[in-house]
Design a protein around this ligand. Structure first.
Ligand SMILES: [Zn+2]
Ligand SMILES: [Zn+2]
Length: 364
């Protein structure tokens, strides 16, 4: 009976499902704002001084996407620490980018990297430097890392292709790429550069099937490499060739540059939109082509005089038939003053570059 006594009291112990601990259901994976299906127009922007400044510049110019170098593009990264971002700087960059809704974030790799170099020292350095590119891209939450395939310096193209694929795999070793995708850029075909032929890009992709890879197509490079995209019929044929060799679905970013160099010259010289040999009309077709929707269009045009960057961004929006987004309304862009000056003064940016408009003129 005593036991029954015990069983009556339990009304207090009764199971009340309000008391149950229910873990919060895991939030659905956050879809970045930039993947909202809207047209994405970006511009290569300097990270000189403060990486987050690049975001303000791109936004202020009326872009909703951007490309940057994550370190000085013509210098080998120094010691391990100087080639990385301080965690606080990277976090601030990611947060500001989220606030501005900028994306995709594209990082262009260092020009000195040549994964196809037959020189063992240069090749090792290239693999290390590309590893650093990936580490920094991951720290900044980049979506794409654009890489020039390399230059075969006399070796057979097939050897170069195998070396590039092998180098990429070595550079990725030990890293989780997550949403980061490595994009191989087509080249103008200057010197012994690999990648002016779509088949070469495809061969590298085929050897790197286990890596998140894709392609970035540069319009000026296409034109210089012998695809006359200034003509509507030839542009269509070029898209057909890309589709047949690589698959347009593998093209994630388009570098939108007019060409100073003449058709088929294999010379890489970018020009303002509509002021070069490709021409405004052709860019209207490229930007609005039914097979190129949902691609990011990134400018790498020169800055010959102040405002050229803003004008090129505006030119793309005009060709797309859309108004320049809100951030681009400013007449001139000034760097915001640091909010906590005391802290800022003592902070040493872990990556310092002396980017200048002169350097930006040479983006490939
Ligand atoms: Zn490039
Ligand atoms: Zn390019």
């Amino acid at each position: 009976m005593a036991e029954e006594q015990h069983t009556t009291a339990p009304s207090q112990l009764q199971y009340d499902d309000a008391d149950e601990y229910r873990p919060e259901p895991p939030p659905p994976p956050e879809i970045p704002a930039w993947k909202d299906g809207s047209v994405r127009v970006g511009i290569h922007t300097s990270i000189a001084g403060d990486i987050s400044g690049a975001l303000e510049i791109a936004h202020g110019l009326g872009a909703n996407a951007l490309q940057i170098f994550s370190s000085s593009p013509r210098m080998w990264p120094g010691d391990r620490d100087s080639s990385r971002f301080a965690a606080a700087d990277a976090a601030r960059f990611r947060e500001r980018r989220r606030q501005l809704g900028l994306g995709p974030l594209v990082i262009h790799d260092n020009y000195l990297i040549n994964l196809a170099s037959p020189d063992r020292v240069l090749r090792t350095r290239s693999v290390q430097a590309f590893h650093g590119e990936i580490v920094r891209a991951l720290a900044l939450g980049a979506d794409y890392l654009v890489a020039h395939p390399g230059s075969c310096c006399g070796s057979h193209p097939s050897d170069a292709i195998a070396a590039i694929a092998d180098g990429l795999r070595q550079a990725v070793r030990g890293l989780k790429l997550g949403d980061l995708r490595i994009l191989l850029e087509n080249t103008a075909g200057q010197g012994n550069s690999v990648g002016s032929q779509f088949g070469e890009l495809k061969a590298i992709l085929d050897l790197c099937r286990d890596l998140p890879m894709g392609v970035c197509i540069d319009t000026a490079h296409l034109f210089a490499a012998g695809h006359d995209i200034s003509s509507e019929a030839e542009f269509e044929r070029t898209l057909e060739r890309i589709e047949a060799a690589i698959g347009l679905a593998n093209v994630h970013v388009i570098h939108v540059n007019d060409s100073k160099a003449v058709f088929g010259s294999r010379v890489d010289r970018h020009e303002h939109i509509g002021k070069g040999k490709i021409g405004l009309e052709a860019f209207g077709r490229i930007l609005n082509h039914r097979h190129l929707t949902a691609r990011a269009f990134i400018l790498e045009t020169p800055i010959d005089k102040p405002g050229d960057d803003r004008r090129n961004v505006a030119a793309l929006w005009k060709l797309l038939g859309q108004p320049v987004p809100a951030g681009g309304g400013r007449k001139s862009w000034h760097k915001p003053r640091p909010q906590s000056s005391a802290k800022k003064k003592t902070r040493t940016p872990s990556v310092r570059t002396k980017a200048s408009s002169a350097r930006r003129r040479k983006i490939k």
